[in-house]
Design a binder for this molecule. Structure first.
Ligand SMILES: CC(C)(COP(=O)(O)OP(=O)(O)OC[C@H]1O[C@@H](n2cnc3c(N)ncnc32)[C@H](O)[C@@H]1OP(=O)(O)O)[C@@H](O)C(=O)NCCC(=O)NCCS
Length: 148
């Protein structure tokens, strides 16, 4: 039985939890991952360890409190200009995929956020199917100017 727990700014000084979340994501995002510093930055934003609008991490655990999946949402406070929620990360332990845990985390995120949600997904990532199943659609082409 999977249970999902939501963590946010109340845990901002829980360094062990934050490290566990960062490491879990770093390992399990695999080919679609980010440098660990980027993941740390997102976690610092979500937990308001930096000047931010906050957010949360939703964590799926098994009966023995082993972490099976993590979703991270950042609040933008930009309603009308950008979606209010940025779905920054979703990953499930590679040994526990295709058991519905990613879908449970998606549903949890939808149930625990207000307003619109944006996310980025590599067009080649099969996670796209999961997002489409939950109603996500491509509305705009995202363009970036990369600068150092
Ligand atoms: C994407 C991810 C979170 C899905 O987690 P999961 O627990 O396996 O997801 P579910 O079991 O709930 O599957 C949900 C749906 O996703 C799709 N899906 C997920 N992984 C898939 C895969 N490898 N191949 C094909 N479809 C897949 C299917 O449509 C599936 O629906 P179905 O079970 O009705 O067929 C997981 O594969 C993962 O952690 N991947 C690596 C990290 C990643 O890419 N994250 C997203 C970055 S944008």
């Amino acid at each position: 039985m999977t249970k999902i727990i939501k963590y946010s700014k109340e845990e901002k000084n829980n360094i062990k939890l934050i490290e566990d979340l960062v490491n879990f994501l770093f390992i399990n995002l695999e080919n679609f991952g980010d440098p660990i510093q980027y993941i740390e930055n997102a976690m610092n934003y979500a937990f308001e360890r930096t000047n931010s609008n906050g957010g949360f991490a939703a964590v799926a655990y098994d009966d023995n409190d082993v972490m099976l999946g993590v979703a991270v949402v950042l609040y933008t406070n930009m309603k009308g200009v950008f979606p209010e929620n940025l779905f920054a990360y979703l990953a499930v332990d590679k040994n526990h995929r295709h058991q519905g845990i990613g879908s449970q985390l998606m549903q949890y995120v939808l149930d625990n956020t207000n307003g619109s949600i944006s996310l980025q997904v590599d067009p080649k990532n099969t996670a796209r199917q999961l997002y489409e199943k939950f109603g996500f659609d491509v509305k705009y082409l995202e363009m970036r100017l990369y600068r150092m």
